[in-house]
Design a protein around this ligand. Structure first.
Ligand code: S3P
Length: 455
């Protein structure tokens, strides 16, 4: 279905079959960025092939790595810690992870003793250009870099002037894995030790992957789900072979569509089951869906398994405990798919961070549900969704956000008329084959009638 800008999705048959989700986006970004710093050739097997991770690879090339796409993913000849000053802007596209991780990398160059100055400008698309970067600018400046963006929120483009950094102990105000990884990456090239304390749970792929690149990481858990992570400066990364598991955040949309339709049954192979990411599977179980895991194993420091989700006769509404939300941060759009199919009202709170993702997701989801006639109350930090029968024919504004497009396509799997999506091109940032996978499992995927651009 390629780069069709708009599409419609409607009920076909109950979803049935198996698929392999794209490689995990968060882990692929980290493997590429660590590979950029490493000495030798890093091989990233099963890498996510979407546009976001490709941005991390091409920005890595602009900083001196030599990259090559392989049938399985990427091969990256690293810089052994000697970055080249980029000749042009580092174009991060839609990818917040690329921008935040690479800001931490370039902030630490040139290292002590180098004579040339090193300034990098990181740019993004219309969505990324509105996202807050103060959260990384603040710790990087404390370490000794200069980071300039636009206005109070320090939005991109970002200009980072790096130099010899000093390690800090950073108490992050939000439990953000991107912020933690940015500071730790800067810390690897800083003097002394750097620690980051996160106030709550956040994905821990960085801590799991750095040891594969030969870097020691100290970690201590705090009450309430937070943790402190510590690295030593002057680290040398050695190249690694990394096997990327499937992305649960991508599979979640197909799991949600299956859970929402009685008689559906889908299996996703090789899915990452990192406990910092799996709360959505717990929510599905609480609502009455059948979720089973087979072939549970570990690969490249991450738990992996095959996951099957079956749609029950009836899904029950469920209020998601606020402390589960950090473990299903990217799955809230998928939660809307099941909440809108459940009997009763499901509530979710503690999700204000969703307002600063690729779009303001709480508002985009509430508006889209309104278009489909589903009752949804938008709260400052959450949503309350009352299940019902969504009507198709509505035209959803996807707001340059892949997960908004995928969520409403998944809702379309049970509407009689198509749910029209105004623009699905951003789905390729994380899940290039999404609509083909939906169609192969039984959904009705239809093109926008010629000359109409959807209803
Ligand atoms: C990510 C962390 C999360 C998540 C994003 C990817 C990562 O963001 O929403 O899609 O790879 O570290 P925050 O760090 O802002 O919570």
């Amino acid at each position: 279905m390629g780069s069709t800008p708009g599409l419609g999705v409607q009920r076909g048959r109950p979803l049935a079959g198996a698929f392999t989700p794209p490689g995990d986006k968060s882990i692929t970004h980290r493997a590429l960025v660590f590979g950029l710093l490493a000495d030798g050739v890093t091989r990233v097997h099963g890498a996510n092939r979407g546009e976001d991770c490709a941005r991390s690879a091409t920005c890595g090339e602009a900083l001196g790595a030599q990259g090559k796409r392989t049938p399985g993913g990427w091969e990256l000849h690293g810089t052994a810690g000697t970055l080249r000053a980029p000749h042009a802007d580092l174009k991060c596209g839609n990818s917040g992870t690329t921008m935040r991780l690479l800001a931490g990398v370039v902030a630490a160059f040139p290292a002590a003793g180098a004579s040339r100055s090193f300034t990098a400008r990181l740019t993004g698309d219309a969505s990324l250009s509105h996202r807050p970067m103060r959260r990384i600018a603040e710790p990087l400046e404390r370490m000794g870099a200069r980071v300039e963006g636009r206005g109070e929120r320090c939005t991109p483009p970002l200009t980072v002037t790096g130099g010899a950094l000093r390690g800090i102990d950073y108490d992050a105000p939000m439990a953000s894995a991107q912020v933690a990884t940015c500071v730790l990456l800067a810390g690897l090239a800083a003097s002394g030790e750097t620690s980051v304390t996160l106030p709550g749970p956040a994905r821990d792929h960085t801590e799991r992957l750095l040891p594969l690149f030969g870097v020691a990481v100290e970690r201590s858990e705090l009450n309430g789900g937070g943790r402190t992570v510590r690295v030593s400066g002057g680290a040398t990364l050695r190249a690694a072979d990394v096997r990327i598991p499937g992305d649960l955040s991508s599979a979640a949309f197909l799991f949600a569509a299956a859970a929402a339709e009685p008689g559906s049954r889908v299996t996703a192979h090789d899915v990452n089951l990192n406990p910092t990411r799996t709360a959505f599977l717990d929510v599905l179980r609480e609502m009455g869906a059948h979720v089973t895991v087979e072939r549970a194993r570990e690969e490249s420091g991450e738990p992996v398994g095959d996951v099957t989700v079956e749609g029950p006769e009836r899904l029950a509404a469920f209020d998601v405990p606020a402390d589960w939300v950090p473990r299903m941060l990217d799955e809230v759009p998928a939660w809307v798919v099941v909440a809108s199919a459940a009997t009763g009202t499901s509530r979710l709170s503690g999700a204000a961070e969703l307002r600063v993702k690729e779009s303001d997701r709480l508002s985009a989801l509430a508006r889209g549900l309104g278009v489909l006639g589903v009752t949804c109350a938008e709260r400052p930090d959450g949503l309350a969704v009352t299940g019902g029968v969504p009507r198709g024919h509505g035209r959803i504004e996807t707001q340059l956000d892949h997960r908004i497009a995928m969520a409403f396509a998944a809702i379309g799997c049970r509407t009689r008329e198509p749910v029209w999506l105004d623009d699905v091109s951003h789905v390729a940032t994380s899940f290039p084959g999404y609509f083909d996978t939906l169609a192969s499992l039984g959904a009705g995927v239809v093109s926008v009638p010629r000359g109409r651009g959807g209803p």
